[in-house]
Ligand binder design. Sequence first.
Ligand code: ZN
Ligand code: ZN
Ligand code: ZN
Length: 131
Amino acid sequence: MAQRNTWQRDRVRAALSGSPGFVSAQDLHASLRDDNTGIGLATVYRTLASLAASGEADQLQSPEGEAIYRACSSEGHHHHLICRSCGTTVEIQATDVETWAQRTAAAHGFTRAEHVVDIFGLCAACSEAAR
Ligand SMILES: [Zn+2]
Ligand SMILES: [Zn+2]
Ligand SMILES: [Zn+2]
């Protein structure tokens, strides 16, 4: 797919990398606006969705149902353990899940199967604090 606005994509990706933790499209748009980039909110939404689709960003649903994003520190396909309380995210490989997903898809005649598996919970520190 041709990328017509590569500099905008680079700019959005850089802003995302510079953000600590997860941010919404609005948050990111606000920080880009402070830099006078002229990048519109619609472009930020579109770019974030495309970064998430290509595995360069993590996309999650906030408790309010809003899509939030984070620059991914791992390359390629992986899964996440996410703390519901503080947002700490651990990137994990899940070989068992890959095998299971492929086998299950194949058993139903599905090809090109993809999946998203993230585990939400309380991290060690938050578990300790909640005790
Ligand atoms: Zn990730
Ligand atoms: Zn936590
Ligand atoms: Zn997987």
